[in-house]
Design a binder for this molecule. Structure first.
Ligand code: GLN
Length: 483
């Protein structure tokens, strides 16, 4: 059962060949069997999940089910879930029971999807390896000595190990796409504003966007369809109808123009990854697409601009964690100052502190113009590069990450080399564009992800481009040994 995709399971549920309760129990069993090793979950909500599964079964019997009704899934522990611990991977929120549901949580609940638990992640979504979590690192199911990517590493590992057919994630600079690539699954980050951020704990508000992990693009269409939509509770949510992501999946790719930025195929790209990407591009050529060489000349500025903008916004967002209102509070403070400093000093981990320091500095009087404002200008240039490219091509492709999964600890002491894991994904967040990573082969026995970037609100096209590829290839069907 665990090898079936979400869409296959959904058909089984409709036919009555299995119940949601059976399916949910099977997922819970797999989690208890394998997650000791993987550490992909922070919280498992067995009783709640079984109750939700029974309700879903009743709905299926009553004939009021949708495609997600009865499907077990996991939430990244950044989405608020009413009555369930929502830790954001941090000691700061280790005791936080969310008093309300995020909009994404509510939407999936209404669709009848069954949440089995909350997944491990880099602390406050800051990281590319899941090593900054208060709950310890997540292991990559393809090789337990390597990282699953981050920050949504738990969500990616859980789907890759077939513990759940789908999970949610968030992507500020690559946190859905890079772990999807490193774990050999499909991950989609929609256009900024497409999925509500209400109740999604903020890291960098102008970049954060929720999305989904699944094995296939076809499954991702179902998840995204349920998650997307206007939300008056999020002022950056876009009031625009949600496309039917599933209906156009089979459209032929004849005549599709794929842009290949020369900046994505240069120095720093691992040879094995490059070879897998080249082979995938050949596959697209066979499917009728045309490959066009393009340039995104400001690509080299994206990581530096991001590491001003994201820390600046995080320093402001994380100021709410002060030991007073919610979250961790230092014991026996001498006075208010001591309460603030020790609560934050003890509650946050090193990477979060590093970002707060950098961000506070970048926003301080006298430096704001030199750093923050400058980074915002660079951001505009990066966006303009993409707009120019989309005047010429339909989608842009390249590798999702420069290498396959690296070893645990390998980059932990070298923030700059860690930051470079997102070199191909970050510009997309700075521009607010939708993008996806799909399995595209292996290098040294580890998965490679193909990055597909679309124009604004062209999620349906991305999913179509992913689905046709997955009909022609079988990379998405490979599963890690031992699971
Ligand atoms: N790895 C990037 C960072 O550490 C992106 C994280 C994310 O997308 N949440 O900021």
């Amino acid at each position: 059962m665990h090898q079936k995709t979400l869409v296959e399971l959904s058909a089984d549920l409709q036919k009555g060949s299995c119940s949601s309760e059976e399916l949910t129990r099977a997922c819970l069993d797999r989690i208890s069997k394998y997650d000791g090793e993987l550490n992909s979950f922070v919280t498992v909500v067995e009783q709640q999940a079984l109750a939700a599964a029974q309700a879903a079964d009743a709905r299926i019997k009553a004939g009021t089910a949708g495609p997600l009704t009865g499907i077990p899934f996991a939430h990244k522990d950044i989405f608020c879930t009413l009555g369930v611990k929502t830790s954001c991977g941090s000691k700061m929120l280790d005791n936080f029971i969310a008093p309300y549901d995020a909009t994404v949580t509510r939407k999936l609940l209404e669709a009848g999807a069954v949440m089995v638990g909350k997944t491990n992640m880099d602390e406050f979504a800051m990281g590319s390896s899941n090593e900054t979590s208060f709950y310890g690192a997540v292991k990559n199911p393809w090789d337990a000595a390597t990282v699953p990517g981050g920050s949504s590493g738990g969500s990616a590992a859980a789907v890759a190990a077939r513990l759940v057919p789908a999970s949610t994630g968030t992507d500020t600079g690559g946190s859905i796409r890079q772990p999807a690539a490193l774990c050999g699954i499909t991950g989609i980050k929609p256009t900024y504003g497409r999925v509500s951020r209400y109740g999604m704990i903020a890291f960098a508000s102008s970049l954060d966007q929720g999305g989904a992990f699944t094995r296939t693009a076809e499954d991702a269409a179902v998840m995204l369809g349920a998650m997307a939509g206007f939300d008056p509770n999020d002022s950056t949510s876009v009031d625009r109808p949600v496309d039917d992501y599933s209906s156009g999946l089979n459209a032929p790719l004849q005549g599709l123009k794929i842009g290949l930025p020369k900046e994505y195929f240069g120095e720093g790209l691992d040879a094995g990854v490059a070879a897998a990407i080249e082979a995938s591009l050949d596959e697209y050529r066979k499917l009728g697409a045309t490959l066009v060489d393009i340039s995104l000349p400001n690509t080299h500025l994206s990581v530096p601009a991001y590491y001003v903008v994201a820390p600046a916004e995080c320093s402001s967002n994380l100021s709410r964690f002060d030991g007073v209102r919610f979250g961790y509070r230092a014991s026996e403070p001498k006075d208010l100052e001591d309460l603030y400093t020790r609560s934050r000093g003890e509650g946050f981990g090193d990477e979060v502190k590093r970002r707060i320091l950098v961000g506070t500095y970048a926003l301080s009087a006298g430096y704001y113009d030199a750093y923050y404002l400058q980074a915002q200008k660079v951001r505009r240039l990066i966006r303009d590069d993409f707009l120019r490219a989309f005047g010429q091509v339909d989608v842009i492709m390249g590798p999702t990450a420069p290498s396959v999964a690296f070893r645990l600890g390998e980059k932990a002491d070298d923030p700059v080399s860690m930051y470079l894991s997102d070199i191909y994904t970050i510009a997309v967040n700075l521009a607010g564009l939708p993008a996806m990573s799909i399995p595209a082969g292996f290098s040294d026995g580890l998965p490679v992800g193909l990055h597909v970037v679309g124009n604004y609100f062209e999620e349906a096209r991305l999913l179509n481009v992913g689905h046709r590829f997955q009909q022609a290839t079988d990379w998405h069907t490979h599963s890690p040994q031992g699971f």
